[in-house]
Design a protein around this ligand. Structure first.
Ligand code: ADP
Length: 204
């Protein structure tokens, strides 16, 4: 957990409770946390789901690993410490989106269980739904797809600390949903996400 540096700061609750906000906006916020190996399909599935939800009129926003590293997290690399800070910031940002009534879709490898659990705890503390989606594609399939040529570079020793090659991926122990893009189409994965969102009453 990051330390609190500033002192003499006070939480301002505003005039609206979350309940009032969500009711008046006719929205329910949540975070769908996609985790899995590079090239497992997180961004592809999250993008397709985002498009589908927005077409249904549901406010939804995708936070994507590489995109966030271009901006908010541009000062972070891939050391274990930086990966942890990367995920902590995303957890906080996703929670803000969810609190605002949006469905936040995060697509990050997020290889370490303790970092993901910290994000879950952040949401649990304020009773905001956190749904962990394990994008469970075998590494052989990811490596064969290799859309960005990263596995090739990692195998050649040009990238150090690459998840699944010389850095561990810790699979979720109790994810709310497991997708198998090795055998499921993108459409099937999206349908599974929609079913889960409906069963949790996040969308109607
Ligand atoms: P990640 O975000 O996990 O790094 P990407 O979504 O960027 O993964 O890349 C996954 C690649 O696999 C894409 O090129 C995508 O088109 C391809 N792909 C093939 N079949 C599937 C599937 N069933 N589900 C998701 N992606 C798939």
């Amino acid at each position: 957990m990051a330390e609190q540096k500033a002192t003499n700061i006070h939480w301002h609750a505003g005039n609206l409770s979350r309940e009032d906000r969500w009711r008046d906006l006719k929205a329910r916020g949540a975070t769908l946390w996609f985790t899995g190996l590079s090239a497992s399909g997180k961004s592809t599935i999250a993008s397709a789901l985002e498009q589908h939800l927005v077409h249904l009129g549901i406010h939804c926003y995708r936070l994507d690993g590489d995109n966030i590293r271009h901006g908010l997290n541009k000062n972070l690399g891939f050391s274990a410490e930086d990966r942890a800070e990367n995920i902590r910031r995303i957890g906080e940002v996703a929670k803000l989106f969810a609190d605002s009534g949006s469905v936040a879709l995060t697509s990050f490898i997020s290889p370490y269980r303790k970092d993901r659990d910290l994000c879950r705890a952040l949401h649990d503390k304020d009773a905001i739904p956190f749904i962990e989606v394990f994008v469970d594609t075998p590494i052989e399939v990811c490596e064969q797809r290799d859309p960005k040529g990263l596995y090739k570079k990692a195998r050649a020793g040009e990238i150090k600390g690459f998840t699944g090659i010389d850095d561990p991926y810790e699979a979720p122990l109790k994810p709310e949903l497991v997708l198998k893009p090795g055998v499921m189409s993108v459409e099937q994965s999206v349908a599974a996400c929609l079913d889960l969102l409906r069963s949790r009453r996040i969308i109607a």
